[in-house]
Ligand binder design. Structure first.
Ligand code: AMP
Length: 431
């Protein structure tokens, strides 16, 4: 079979030069399929997950489209909507990488950040505006921005927008736009997203890319039964005994993120914290430090960590069992990306068994126990060790209770990534 090259996709030479410099040798499947359509001016619905190369699949053709005109004051020429601030920042970084030989201006408008600088840019005219929905509507309502010149509208991670309750905002934004081209990306296509595409897209071409890369995603999953009061102890022990060099630790609440962060720091671990109450500058700085390896352990809440792309992350630890099975999939999907191996450990205290049962049900599998000896500290307050959660009767017997990380794991998700089955979707949030 002929290997597809970026040259054959019809991209601008300046764009091709940046691609060579970033080191990509050939387009990923989503790029191969989406780029020619977008260059032709078609509306596109792309069912693709993070890790598929989807960001470049809209930025690269956008660079070409922008080469055909100039920005006017307060009127961005293209609009990219992202569900979280982190994703917005990530996309802006990617735009800077791929667009380094063009001279387009980008403004990022996200909640939690002062936007005096960004507003100055807007006043002069920007080529690309990357926003979270709330912040855009806020500016629009205050007359700070005009959307009359938007030629390309990108809705990224539409299903996450749905989880976060942003669909009415997206509908409102779409209704403000003049005639334009739309590209909508989503890992899944639940009915409200389907309706959105029917309402706002113009004869769209639909593309589906099933797995993040050609290689399958493999995540070894384990549970560790541990009393709530012993979890911090267990966390240190697990990280040390398994020599986990870079790990994201998920807590269910912001308050718990702070507690675990302080504890790990006190014990000398290079640790950072990420949750929605921290300033955007602090969140950006922590993420950068984690990606660069200045910190090894990132304690995070679900909302702050959604969609994060940390290259080669070897492990994820759920300090708490997520209440929604969907969050479990998002969390473990931070590791084992792009065909790499990853491990996901979940600490389960007696009162969390019910949430674990829900996860088993959604996976249609149980997860093997990881044998971690934790010496108990102090007295257990109202914590009883309960028997194992009841396995839903329809679940096949797959668990090998003697499984250890060195033996081959019994539960492996292949090619699951961020692709969440519709039945698992539930409204996410952060408390
Ligand atoms: P995304 O799906 O946009 O989150 O991209 C996932 C990762 O794939 C990012 O770290 C990109 O740098 C990388 N990537 C994107 N396109 C290519 C390509 N054609 N070849 C190799 N890596 C790529």
């Amino acid at each position: 079979m002929e290997v597809m090259s970026f040259e054959k996709l019809g991209l601008h030479t300046k764009t091709l030069q940046a691609i060579v410099e970033v080191g990509y040798t050939s387009p990923t499947l989503i790029q191969e399929l989406a780029i020619p359509l977008l260059l032709k001016g078609r509306d596109v619905i792309a069912i693709a997950q993070t890790g598929s190369g989807k960001t470049a699949s809209f930025i690269l053709p956008l660079l070409d489209l922008l080469s055909r005109g100039r920005a006017k004051a307060r009127m961005p020429r293209s609009l990219i909507i992202e569900p979280t601030r982190e994703l917005a920042t990530q996309v802006a970084d990617d735009f800077a990488t791929y667009g380094k030989h063009h001279s387009f201006t980008v403004a990022v408008l996200i909640g939690g950040e002062s936007f005096a600088d960004q507003e100055k840019k807007l006043t002069k005219g920007v080529d690309v505006l990357i926003v979270t929905p709330g912040r855009l509507l806020d500016l629009y309502d205050r007359g700070k921005i005009l959307l009359n010149d938007v030629k390309m509208f990108v809705i990224d991670e539409a299903d996450r927008m749905l989880d976060m309750g942003f669909i009415p905002d997206i509908e409102k934004i779409a209704s403000f736009l003049p005639s334009h081209q739309t590209a909508l990306f989503s890992a899944t296509m639940p009915p409200p997203i389907r309706r959105l595409t029917q309402q706002f897209l113009n004869h769209p071409e639909e593309i589906t890319v099933s797995s993040p890369t050609d290689a399958a995603t493999s995540i070894e999953q384990y549970i560790v039964h541990v009393l709530e009061k012993d979890k911090r102890n267990a966390l240190r022990k697990l990280i040390e005994t398994q020599s986990l060099k870079q790990v994201i630790v998920f807590c269910n609440r912001k308050r718990e993120v702070d507690v675990v962060f302080n504890s790990m720091r006190k014990h000398g671990f290079k640790t950072g914290a990420l949750h929605g109450d921290l300033t955007q500058a602090a969140r950006n700085e922590t993420l950068r430090a984690f990606k660069e390896g200045t910190i090894d352990i990132l304690i995070a809440s679900d909302v702050a960590a959604r969609g994060l792309d940390v290259e080669d992350l070897p492990a994820v630890i759920n300090f708490h069992v997520p209440v929604n099975p969907e969050d479990y999939i998002h969390r473990i999907g931070r590791t084992g990306r792009a065909g790499k191996e990853g491990k996901a450990f979940t600490f389960v205290s007696p009162h969390e068994e019910k949430h674990l049962t829900l996860i088993f049900k959604s996976l249609d599998k149980t997860i093997p126990e990881f044998p971690l000896e934790v010496s108990s500290t102090g007295k257990a307050k109202k914590e009883k060790t309960l028997p194992h959660p009841k396995k839903p009767s329809h679940i096949k017997k797959e668990t090998d209770k003697s499984a250890t990380p060195s033996s081959s794991p019994t539960v492996i998700i292949v090619g699951f990534g961020d692709d969440i089955p519709a039945f698992m979707r539930a409204k996410g949030g952060e408390s």
